[in-house]
Design a protein around this ligand. Structure first.
Ligand code: SF4
Length: 217
């Protein structure tokens, strides 16, 4: 059955690859998170000649093993925004620095069938980097992130991804109790900045790796 599932998703991912290409993204296909990691380390990193790397909140990034593979590199300047030993102010400063790196790696909350990336951020560092700043951006996308259109993307993000993320991050928001969005005014609210990335500008700046596995939320 897993083989049939893979074939089903291969077709959908190939169609999405064409849609992303038409929107000026540079799309890649990977059969697994391990293959996605290989594409970043062995193709994208050398091809972009990136001298500095950073990342934004993404479970797919850590699940792929890319975080572990990059955080201790000494041949490039690594701006580690996940460092659990760094104090809060230091991490905020690193998030600012991350907006000027050569290569920024992140995930996406959703991708529509017509090749648009849809995201909602708490701090905004991830969507800022996606929009402008780093020379190149790599977006890692598990097949579970594919949605029909913008309406489905926004519903998925607000009524599924955000409440689970609020639970994961131990936030004091109503959705942690109810499991659905209540448009809270909580100081802990994690839903602050939306972006819809319809196209990559310049062409190829944003590289999207479509992964034939369910990854992240
Ligand atoms: S707006 Fe508030 S209640 Fe709604 S999902 Fe975000 S954090 Fe939860």
């Amino acid at each position: 059955m897993e083989k049939k599932l893979k074939s089903y998703w291969q077709i959908r991912l190939t169609n999405l690859q064409k849609a992303l290409q038409a929107n000026n993204f540079e799309p890649f296909l990977a059969e697994s998170a391990a293959e996605a990691k290989k594409i970043v380390l062995e193709e994208i990193l050398p091809k972009t000649e990136a001298k500095s790397v950073s990342w934004g909140g993404s479970m797919t990034f850590t699940e792929s093993g890319l975080y572990a593979g990059l955080k201790n590199r000494t041949d490039i300047n690594v701006v580690d925004t996940f460092d659990k030993n760094a104090p809060h102010e230091e991490l905020m400063q690193r998030r600012r620095q991350a907006l000027l790196v050569d290569l920024f790696i992140t995930g996406t909350n959703a991708v529509t069938e017509n090749g648009h990336l849809v995201n909602l951020d708490m701090i905004g560092n991830r969507v800022a980097a996606l929009t402008f700043g780093p020379k190149y951006v790599v977006v890692l996308v598990g097949r579970n992130k594919i949605v029909a259109d913008l309406e489905e993307a926004m519903f998925r993000i607000k009524d599924y991804t955000a409440p689970i993320n609020a639970m994961r991050l131990d936030k004091k928001t109503p959705c942690v109790q109810t499991s659905y969005c209540e448009e809270c005014k909580s100081p802990d609210r994690i839903c602050n900045s939306w972006t819809i990335t319809e196209k990559s500008f310049p062409r190829g700046r944003i590289k999207v790796i479509l992964i034939n596995e369910s990854l992240g939320l």
